[in-house]
Ligand binder design. Structure first.
Ligand code: 9PG
Length: 523
């Protein structure tokens, strides 16, 4: 074990790079605030109050898909690769790894980072927040690379209106209805595939995926598609046919990649040669159908802890898989990674989702208060985490998820909608799922203006930006929910228990699907 320790003092250097398995910085006193950096796109990133550690988020069944699962119940302030603290003079001290498989914790006046296996370099920066993060990003770019494709694309994505209820007829109608709205990409999201793991068109797409891509391309736009190639649902043919391709633990039990679509999820071992061949063939096929914008989702699966065919650190194993996917889809394809571990995805994708999903509501009481879950879809959650990852913008296109212009099927008020739109401008990524038929004529024109404008952005302070001469303050999205009190504690325990039961999630999933089908039928 190669341990290093340094002491923080008045003459601390602005930056240094230290090599160590484990590096401890002894501070002058216990800090009040800690910058917590979540592992993957959806995991919480924010400044937290060290006086009251965050409650463990619920339900536990979803930890693998929302957290760095090994640290989901960690009792001290901690984060993936990065930890920073605020000083009295408003300077920050940042400890960030320059390699993968690293974690940082704060215990009283000790800020400590360690590599899960072996040794690596650490960046230690002290000074003004924005310049320290910029410098850290710069060094990360040199180690891990940065996106080559910097041209921002304006995307219409099917998810946040139609969800899994998409079908060929409906998408063709959307393509027609979008008419001359200035989108560069029409992206088909979840719902076209036979199963998660079986990436072939289902019977809602009888003409097949090539025909759909052709239809999109005829409008002069790129065709985009969603897949989650590293995971598979328990009921998929892939999982049944190739159980030996999936990650298991030391007892030989399959590693859970979470629970979604009413099913348990498992994850491929990206060190297995047959898996890599399968991934490569899949990507070539999807690209061959005509899709030139590919959103790969639930990518965290490839980096979950487990026993692999080749014994290597989990994030290094993930990166092997991601590289194969990237090369097979073609370097000219626009690659958006989502649900992706942040550092291990750098240099291999063009864009990265930097926060949880938005939703047509600001905050959901069940999820935020009773489950204390800041990763579950919701606009406040999405803004909070995305704004704390804006610093990644020099390395990759940062996707804060879609914006809403519609008032139909959306309870966000005008202020919340425009905050989300301003976030898109600040992050430089414009996307929406608003169905053209849902937009009133003034909403459609506002969307057109938003898509057409070029913006001038200036960061004034942590949460305040000058966006085209308008002062935009994201502070309203930052507070974490209040800790439950009184009766809510009991309700929280009960909700957490229910959320942990596969049968409950299965019922919820089928209720949601039926409600959606009904809604879509009226379109
Ligand atoms: C499709 C969606 C969309 C979306 C992605 C991702 O924690 N969760 O339970 C959770 C589930 C789904 C999810 C995010 C989090 O959404 O971010 O844009 O593509 O999959 O299924």
């Amino acid at each position: 074990m190669y341990m290093q320790s340094i002491e923080f003092n008045e003459q601390f250097p602005a930056e240094q790079v230290v090599s160590a398995d484990s590096l401890v910085i002894t501070l002058l006193m216990a800090p009040k605030r800690f910058f917590r950096h979540g592992w993957q796109s959806w995991s919480l990133a924010t400044w937290t109050d060290t006086a009251s550690p965050l409650p463990i988020q619920k339900p536990y069944l979803l930890h693998a898909m929302q957290h760095n699962p090994d640290y989901a119940k960690y009792p001290y302030p901690n984060g993936s690769w990065i930890g920073a603290i605020e000083m009295e003079n408003e300077n920050i001290l940042l400890l960030g790894s320059l390699g993968l498989d690293a974690h940082v914790e704060l215990i009283n006046d000790h800020l400590r980072g360690w590599y899960e296996s072996g040794s690596g370099d650490w960046f230690v920066g002290y000074g003004r927040e924005q310049s320290i993060f910029t410098r850290y990003a710069d060094l990360l770019g040199r180690r891990l690379g940065s996106a080559k494709n910097r041209t921002p694309l304006r995307v219409w994505c099917s998810w946040y209106s139609l969800y899994t209820a998409i079908n060929e007829t409906m998408l063709i109608k959307v393509i027609d209805d979008l008419d001359d709205l200035p989108f560069d990409v029409i992206q088909v999201d979840d719902g076209w595939q036979k199963a998660v793991g079986d990436w072939e068109a289902n019977n809602k797409f009888p003409s097949g995926m090539t025909a759909l891509a052709d239809k999109i391309k005829l409008t002069g736009r790129k065709a985009g598609i969603w897949l989650a190639p590293l995971i598979a649902a328990k009921s998929s043919k892939l999982f049944r046919d190739h159980p030996d391709w999936f990650l298991s633990d030391t007892h030989g039990k399959f590693v859970s990649a979470g629970f979604n679509w009413g099913e348990y999820l498992y994850t491929l071992d990206t060190t297995h040669p047959d898996v890599l061949t399968w991934l490569s063939t899949l990507m070539k096929q999807v690209h061959g159908w005509g899709f030139e914008y590919i959103k790969l989702d639930f990518l965290y699966g490839g980096a979950l802890p487990g026993r692999r065919h080749l014994d290597m650190p989990r994030e290094a194993a993930y990166r092997i898989g991601l590289k194969v996917l990237r090369e097979a889809m073609g370097m000219d394809t626009f690659f958006l990674s989502c649900g992706a571990p942040i550092l291990p995805s750098l240099g291999l994708c063009d864009a990265l989702r930097i926060g949880p999903d938005v939703a047509g509501e600001w905050e959901n009481t069940r999820d935020s208060l009773l489950l204390y879950n800041p990763t579950i879809p919701g606009t406040k959650n999405a803004i909070r985490t995305s704004i704390h990852r804006k610093w990644l913008g020099s390395l990759v296109q940062t996707d804060p998820d879609v914006v809403y212009f519609r008032s139909f099927e959306c309870s966000l008020n005008d202020e919340q909608k425009s905050l989300l739109q301003d976030l898109a401008l600040v992050c430089g990524f414009k996307a929406t799922s608003d169905l053209p038929v849902w937009l009133k004529s003034d909403e459609r024109e506002k969307l057109r203006a938003f898509l057409s404008a070029r913006s001038e952005i200036n960061q004034l302070s942590r949460y305040v930006f000058n966006v085209d001469g308008k002062i935009v303050d994201f502070s309203s999205a930052i507070p974490l929910p209040e800790r439950p009190k009184g009766l809510d504690i009991i309700k929280g325990v009960l909700t957490g228990w229910l959320g942990n039961q596969a049968w409950v999630l299965k019922i919820l999933d089928s209720i949601q699907r039926n409600a959606l089908k009904k809604k879509i039928k009226d379109l």
